[in-house]
Design a protein around this ligand. Structure first.
Ligand SMILES: Nc1ncnc2c1ncn2[C@@H]1O[C@H](COP(=O)(O)OP(=O)(O)OP(=O)(O)O)[C@@H](O)[C@H]1O
Ligand SMILES: [Mg+2]
Length: 226
């Protein structure tokens, strides 16, 4: 796939859609890309910090819940957890509390104001995020939770900075990569794609975030699917 992405000009040639419509399209693409029984697990990641991973994770999760899916969003960014801030709820209890055996997942998972969308926040800060995410406990928890949801969206840290996202990708069905307009370079993106290809990850698509529509004067999303 890396060879198919020549430069940022190629990404810039993609059509613009309104935010909501874009997410519906992304959602449809994912619906069509993962043909399997039971729960589908999707990792949202990017090359570098602040490219829009959490924003994309939340919007995609909401969009899927709006399509009458039972959706769980998990904040797997244990270093810079933010989902709880977006939803304005406490971070604890969360994923790390469950993994360490301090809390039951049935207590840590909370409802949101969006019908059909539940959340598992990151939880108590830990000194060993990579180890936790790569642990057998996390894999087992995801297997258990997969019995209850149609989709699990995993918001994760940037690929080119820490290795945290890769073990999650290994136990998921695929990845959505977020690229930030005027920020992510071709090399950044190539490095991220290379790490994903190394573990044979399925890349559902690349979301070009932070694109200003010159006609409407507000930010929109571009998207691209392979
Ligand atoms: N399309 C957009 N238009 C305007 N602001 C945006 C857009 N996407 C993200 N932002 C803002 O940019 C900041 C970073 O976004 P976000 O937290 O989603 O990125 P991230 O990749 O998850 O960052 P981190 O690497 O720190 O986890 C946030 O303040 C968010 O509100
Ligand atoms: Mg984030």
């Amino acid at each position: 796939m890396a060879d198919n992405i020549k430069d940022t000009a190629e990404l810039q040639s993609i059509n613009l859609f309104a935010v909501q419509e874009s997410y519906k399209t992304i959602r449809t693409n994912i619906f069509l890309s993962v043909i399997k029984e039971g729960c589908k697990r999707i990792v949202i990641t990017s090359s570098l910090p602040s490219e829009g991973k959490t924003t994309t994770s939340m919007n995609l999760a909401i969009s899927m819940a709006q399509a009458y899916m039972k959706v769980l969003i998990i904040d797997c960014d244990l270093r810079k957890s933010k989902i709880h801030k977006v939803l304005n709820i406490p971070n604890v209890p969360g994923l790390t509390n469950v993994i360490s055996g301090m809390e039951k997942y049935s207590v840590a998972i909370r409802e949101t104001k969006y019908t059909g969308l539940h959340v598992l926040t990151a939880g108590l800060q830990v000194p060993n995020p990579s180890e936790i995410l790569a642990s057998e406990y996390t894999a087992r928890l995801l297997d258990e939770l997969s019995k209850e949801y149609d989709y699990i969206i995993l918001d994760s840290p940037p690929l080119n900075i820490v290795a945290d996202a890769l073990p999650l990708v290994r136990i998921s069905d695929g990845v959505v990569l977020v690229v930030k307009q005027n920020q992510t370079t071709h090399n950044d993106l190539k490095k991220a794609i290379d790490s994903l290809e190394f573990i044979n990850a399925k890349i559902f698509g690349i979301i070009l975030n932070g694109v200003e529509d010159i006609n409407k004067k507000y930010y929109k999303y571009k998207y691209k699917y392979k």
